[in-house]
Each structure stands twice: as structure tokens, then as C-alpha cells.
Write a protein that binds this ligand. Structure first.
Ligand code: GRF
Length: 220
């Protein structure tokens, strides 16, 4: 069965585009069923046909739970197997997270648990880190705190700026997200009790992406 993927995005949607390209190339056996945004002007929306777009500004609703209930209903209506937050710039509340528990992932531009939240590249530079990267994790209501499924690392160069580092991290985000989705869509990976399980075996640290775009399980 082809896995159904819904994407939540607030901005440009390069991770969404990577998913669309991989589906079109036949390297991700999945279907994109909808793109959902809190910003009706988000460029990400324009990457899919109008029938697959849903967008609403939270300010149009009476409160945050009302906005999230409408978002959750719209997402559920597309019957997704996986919901991917790809540059979705809002914290999802407990009701939304519970409704899609175990099927909701986020891509975050840092090596979690380092640098949850914003400005991760500048913070890694300010700390003098030798390496930085990106993480794919299951979503919990606490920001960027869910179980980490996989990570990709990049070295920090002496002359890096937040912009140059962001560009190198983004270049590994796309293969990281695709490799993670391949495992999730094939049913080889799941989250059970706060732990990632690969082929029936619990993992005690995140999988790592190699330069060929393949994920490797940590040593047992
Ligand atoms: C990415 O860096 C992602 O990790 C972060 O927001 C950015 C979104 O980029 N959460 P894009 O919209 O997918 O191009």
C-alpha cells in the first residue's frame, strides 16, 4: 500500500519539494495528500495543486485550540499515514499531538537535544561547536523534545556564517528527511513507548545519515 503523507509548512517548502521530487522520481513510495499552513501566503502552498492546499491564519479563530481543531480536522480528512512538520513554525498543542500520536514527525535544524527552538545555526556558531546538523524526531507537545529518529551531521568551518552553515545543513536535511520517510513508509520503523524501534529492535540513540544518503542504526 502506498503511504499517504501530509505536510505542515509555514515557509518556502524546500523539504516539501524534496518529498515531491522523490515521489516523482519513484524513490519514495508514497503519495502527498495535502499541504497545510498557518500562513496563507506561504510559498510552500504553491508547490502543490490548489486541491491539496489548506491554509488558515490562527488569528481567524477564537483561540489556539479552535485553530488546531480545524487544522486537525483538515489533516485527518486526507487520511494521512504520516504527518511531516517541515518548517511549520508553531508549537502543536496536546490535542493535535495526541490525535496523530506516533505518526507526527518534525525536521529540526540542529543536533537535538542541542538548540531546540529558533536561531540554531547562530547558536551553534556562538558556542564554537565543531559540528552541527539536523534531526528528524517524533513530535510531542514540548518544543523539539520528542524522540529523535535520525540525524545528519555537518562540520563547522572557521569562516562559517549563520547563512553558510544554514545552507549546508539544509543540503543534508533533504536526504535525511527522505531516508527517514522511506523507513517510516515501509513500516520498518516506529515509535514505541518513547523509543525508536527498527526492524523490531529498540534503538538507544538516533540513526545516522552517511554521505550516500543512507541511514545507519547505532551500534547495539
Ligand atoms: C528547515 O531548516 C527546517 O529544518 C526548519 O525550517 C526550515 C524549513 O525549510 N524546521 P523549508 O521550508 O523546508 O525550505
Amino acid at each position: 500500500m502506498t503511504a499517504r503523507i501530509a505536510v505542515l509548512a509555514s515557509g518556502r517548502g524546500s523539504n516539501l519539494q524534496a518529498i515531491l521530487d522523490a515521489i516523482a522520481a519513484g524513490t519514495l513510495p508514497a503519495a502527498l495528500v495535502g499541504v497545510f499552513s498557518d500562513r496563507p501566503a506561504a510559498a510552500a502552498l504553491l508547490r502543490v495543486p490548489e486541491a491539496q492546499r489548506w491554509a488558515a491564519a490562527p488569528s481567524a479563530f477564537s483561540d489556539r485550540p479552535a485553530y488546531e481543531a480545524a487544522l486537525a480536522d483538515a489533516v485527518a480528512a486526507t487520511a494521512p499515514d504520516w504527518i511531516v512538520c517541515a518548517g511549520y513554525m508553531r508549537i502543536l498543542g496536546p490535542a493535535f499531538v495526541a490525535r496523530f500520536a506516533g505518526r507526527l514527525i518534525n525536521i529540526h535544524p540542529s543536533l537535538l537535544p542541542r538548540y531546540k527552538g529558533l536561531h540554531t545555526h547562530a547558536r551553534a556558531l556562538a558556542a564554537g561547536d565543531a559540528e552541527h546538523g539536523a534531526s528528524v524526531h517524533f513530535v510531542v507537545p514540548e518544543l523539539d523534545a520528542g524522540t529523535v529518529l535520525a540525524q545528519a551531521r555537518v562540520g563547522v568551518a572557521p569562516n562559517d556564517t549563520a547563512e553558510s552553515l544554514a545552507a549546508r545543513v539544509l543540503a543534508v536535511e533533504h536526504p535525511l528527511l527522505l531516508a527517514s520517510l522511506r523507513l517510516l513508509c515501509s513500516g520498518r520503523v516506529a515509535e514505541q513507548g518513547g523509543r525508536v524501534v527498527l526492524d523490531g529492535h529498540p534503538l538507544f540513540s538516533p540513526m545516522a545519515l552517511d554521505s550516500a544518503g543512507t541511514l545507519h542504526a547505532p551500534p547495539a
